[in-house]
Ligand binder design. Structure first.
Ligand code: NAP
Length: 366
């Protein structure tokens, strides 16, 4: 019997600033249908912080349970099978999917195909299916040693932006003449801006795309070239309130929402709430006039799969990915973090808004 030492990066559920490392042991003697994976790499962006911020409300702590009062934030990445007691999943195979911020994870598989498997552990069954599927990287030609890190960073965010772009087009952009994106430097916003800019050019559309960002990130957002205009948060009052606006909000900042809603009033024709990167300012004194609509990508994905079929859904995403990934790739440089100390620093910087948008972060705890 071989014993394997593993590590979980856990955070205090009611105080995300507090972290705790939990060591545990696995052996290669597994129960029927159990598979042990060593997590080779996972990406880390504000999206992961948001999983923590809404962990209780949206059940993100339920994916990878740990000690009482603590949670493991999920992350997207790639892992290798190191022990298997399932006939169709073999040691050495490599899977992309939703992992804990850990060195290892133990899954239970009922059914696997050449394409991948679903983790059928009982505690995951009530959670959105998109998170429970693991793709065998050898069976998917987009995974190459050169693209793996980029996929870990962008694929989950890309799907969200793809779904928003498709939804807006289907709604004929609510006849708006301005689309304003907050936290315009975030990766999900970058992908959306790239997709929208592409659609605008292809279809000769006339709306203007405005990126709203913090002063320190203006230069970065401007050089992306996808936004028609870039503004800082303190210049909201300069918006032309006679135009009809769509707002796509990745920031979640209460005061920004309040300013936009009170300024634009009925000319805010669609207020799409996607992200909460500015998690320390989600509340404010002034009650918001309107709520806005929360855009939850997994629900939209399920709806699209029903409309387009699973292969149609994958095909459409594949086409959009190929069209845009080269442009997106050129905007970031990948930064690698190895071991717990480097992760602790990255986590604290990300939590407290000290990250450079030009970096795509990849972590390994193995
Ligand atoms: N609803 C859904 O289904 C869905 C799906 C995917 C992603 N999302 C959400 O979209 C958001 C963007 O995620 P991402 O991974 O793309 O983010 P990211 O690339 O890590 O975003 C970094 C940017 O966010 C802002 N920021 C980061 N930390 C901050 C802090 N502590 N305080 C204030 N501003 C901060 C800064 O932008 P600025 O200076 O430009 O403001 C920063 O450049 C997340 O909230 C994520 O959960 C939602």
């Amino acid at each position: 019997m071989i014993t394997i030492k593993a590590l979980d990066f856990t955070v205090k559920i009611d105080n995300l600033q507090q972290v705790k490392l939990v060591e545990k042991m696995y052996t290669d003697e597994l129960l029927a249908n159990q598979v042990l994976l060593e997590i080779d790499q996972f990406s880390f962006t504000s999206n992961n912080i948001t999983y923590g911020v809404v962990g209780t409300q949206m059940n993100y702590w339920d994916f990878f349970p740990t000690q009482p009062g603590y949670g493991i934030i999920p992350a997207w990445g790639i892992a290798n099978v190191v022990a298997s007691n399932h006939p169709d999943v073999h040691v050495g195979e490599r899977f992309y999917g939703y992992y804990p911020m850990s060195s290892h994870v133990l899954v239970t598989i009922q059914k696997a195909s050449s394409k991948g498997f679903v983790d059928s552990s009982s505690h995951r069954q009530a959670l959105p299916p998109i998170y429970n599927f693991y793709t065998n990287t050898a069976q998917d030609s987009v995974f190459t040693p050169e693209t793996e890190k980029l996929i870990s960073i962008f694929r989950p965010l890309f799907v969200t932006s793809f779904l928003i772009d498709a939804y807006l087009a289907e709604q004929h952009f609510y006849k708006a003449s301005r689309i304003l994106i907050t936290s315009a430097s975030s990766k999900t916003a970058q992908v959306l801006a790239c997709l929208l800019a592409h659609r605008k050019k292809e279809n000769d559309l006339s709306w203007n795309l405005i990126g709203l960002t913090s002063e320190k990130n203006m230069e970065f957002v401007e050089q992306l070239g996808w936004y028609d205009q870039v503004m800082s948060y303190d210049s909201i009052a300069q918006l032309n309130t006679n135009e009809k606006f769509i707002v796509i909000d990745f920031a979640g900042n209460h005061n920004t929402q309040f300013q936009l809603q009170t300024l634009l009033q009925e000319n805010l024709v669609y207020n799409c709430l996607v992200g909460l990167v500015d998690w320390q300012h989600l509340k404010g004194e002034n009650p918001l006039p309107k709520k806005g609509e929360f855009f939850f990508a997994p629900s939209h994905a399920e709806k699209r799969k029903k409309e387009w079929g699973i292969s149609g859904f994958q095909q459409n995403i594949g086409i959009a990915w190929q069209q845009t990934i080269k442009a997106i790739q050129s905007t970031i440089s990948i930064k690698e973090y190895v071991g717990i100390q480097e992760l602790e620093k990255l986590y604290s910087d990300m939590l407290n808004g000290r990250v450079d948008p030009k970096h795509g972060n990849i972590v390994s705890l193995k």
